[in-house]
Design a protein around this ligand. Structure first.
Ligand code: GLN
Length: 484
């Protein structure tokens, strides 16, 4: 499909599925001129790069110059950044066209997209709930829906419904991989330090990564090539030059022998009691498939996996409390009170009115973990993180790739998540969080479906900075064992 045709079809998908609430802000009309310019460059053989004319959406916690960036919060509902996140700059310079800012859990805190100030984002896979109107729009007609996963759910729904070619999300504890799994698309979380975080409104700075959601591994590789690499504005980016991998990924065909001789490990701790039987079957099938193609699959152990979620919860909250300290309502952000008698009172009132309960809860918990008394928990969580890093380090001398479920089941309903509450719903992150703590690259691939036809993602994990191995392995699985 040509650039212009795709643009029209994407804009019409958006119109029909507006009620899914995937976007906080859309700019289909505003970007039409950019699409036409790209079309002209194509006709004149003067494309700026591989992403020229590609329509992309950006999670609304990544700053976009002169375009509101809210992080899904009332606190930043009117915030217009004067600068672009590095990832946005890199894509735009090469002709990619920004079609909008996607919905998310407030400040990225959540797994279900239920806490945005702008209303929940709903999964497109809730068929009985959505009905076509006469004007071809689709309306949500009940209060029950399938969640798209969080916190990058808006990006996942936008990609899965053809509203864009690809979308950027952010993944701190699983927020790209989980929505990819629930929505049946590909979600790549690069190694920590591979992609610049400059211009990302942080959740937990030692864990945050910018990831890619798309319908194919090839697109993930193409986009990664554009956004990866050292950035002078983010001192945590890796200094060694990044080698483009899209060529080597795209050249893989179904007859390539990528899996032959490759060593896969299935961590036994990832096959938890919470795991749905559909997933157990799927992992077995994928493992047999790999063996049939000459790969070796064995069971491995990552003994500290169980402590990953508690450690993550403490570290994340602590970093949240310090990152959120700047959100006072002065000099930017939500300013509610005119009558406060002191700065402390003003900040407290602004935060109570401007921030949702999940965010407030994390700030309070995190502040405690950084006090003299709470510090013991924080120190222990850091030690556990170190043990988890060492577990992975050890394993990667024996295997090349880890193979795990992305999460424990198909997408749940919003009512199930509400019943669980914000802390218990961490169960959906338990297989993504350990990987985040270790800063490793991982991808969720839509390789299976549940007994009732909803997508199930498989997670592949590689050693730090081995994105090329990860993407090549993912591509060979994607092309040969889709919907096992
Ligand atoms: N659900 C996790 C949390 O709320 C992960 C969020 C994320 O990766 N942004 O912390």
């Amino acid at each position: 499909m040509g650039v212009l045709d795709f643009y029209r079809s994407a804009a019409s998908a958006y119109k029909r599925l507006k009620s899914l609430n995937a976007f906080i802000l859309e700019r289909y009309r505003e970007c039409e001129a950019e699409v036409l310019m790209s079309q002209e460059r194509r006709e004149n053989g003067k494309l700026l790069g591989t992403v020229d004319g590609k329509l992309y959406a950006v999670k609304d916690n990544l700053c976009t110059r002169s375009i509101t960036t809210t992080s899904g919060s009332r606190f930043l509902k009117d915030y217009i950044p004067p600068f672009n996140a590095t990832v946005v700059d890199r894509l735009s310079h090469l002709g990619a066209v920004l079609i909008g800012k996607t919905n998310l859990d407030e400040f990225g805190m959540g797994s279900a997209n239920l806490t945005s100030h702008f209303g929940p984002c709903k999964s497109h896979l809730s068929p009985p709930i959505y009905e076509h109107n006469k004007d071809d729009s689709v309306e949500g007609s009940t209060d029950v829906w399938l969640v798209p996963g969080g916190s990058s759910g808006g990006s996942a729904v936008a990609v899965a419904t053809g509203m864009c070619d690809f979308a950027l999300g952010t993944d701190t504890g699983g927020s790209v991989r989980l929505p990819a799994s629930f929505c049946g698309i590909v979600g790549l979380k690069p190694s920590y330090g591979r992609v610049s975080r400059y211009g990302l409104i942080p959740l937990a700075s030692s864990l945050d990564t910018v990831g890619i959601l798309s319908t194919s591994v090839d697109t993930c590789a193409t986009v990664l090539d554009v956004i990866a690499g050292w950035d002078e504005k983010d001192s945590s980016t890796f200094q060694v030059p990044y080698h483009s991998c899209s060529h080597s990924v795209q050249s893989i065909s179904s007859s390539s022998k990528v899996l032959n001789g490759k060593r896969f490990g299935i961590p036994k701790e990832f096959l938890t009691d919470d795991l749905n039987p559909d997933y157990i079957k799927l992992i077995d099938t994928v493992a047999s498939f790999i063996k049939d193609r000459g790969g070796n699959v064995c069971t491995v152990s990552l003994p500290h996996t169980k402590s990953a979620t508690p450690s993550y919860n403490i570290l994340c909250a602590a970093e949240v409390s310090s990152n959120m300290a700047k959100f006072t309502g002065l000099p930017f952000g939500y300013c509610y009170s005119n009558e406060a008698k002191s700065c402390d009172e003003l900040f407290a009132e602004n935060r109570m009115e401007g921030l949702g309960p999940v965010v407030q809860h994390r700030i309070i918990a995190g502040t405690y973990f950084l006090t003299y008394r709470g510090r013991t928990y924080y120190d222990r969580a850091l030690r556990v993180r170190r043990l988890i890093v060492e577990d992975f380090h050890r394993i990667f001398s024996d295997v090349d790739v880890l193979l795990t479920p992305t999460t424990i089941s198909k997408a749940p309903l919003n009512t199930e998540i509400k019943r669980l509450g914000p802390v218990e719903s961490c169960v959906y992150d338990q297989l993504t969080v350990p990987v985040s703590l270790a800063g490793l690259p991982a991808i969720s691939l839509p390789l299976g479906v549940s007994h009732d036809g909803l997508p199930l993602g498989i997670q592949l994990v590689c050693n730090r900075f081995q994105e090329e191995t990860l993407l090549r392995t993912a591509k060979s699985l994607e092309i040969s064992c889709y919907l096992l």
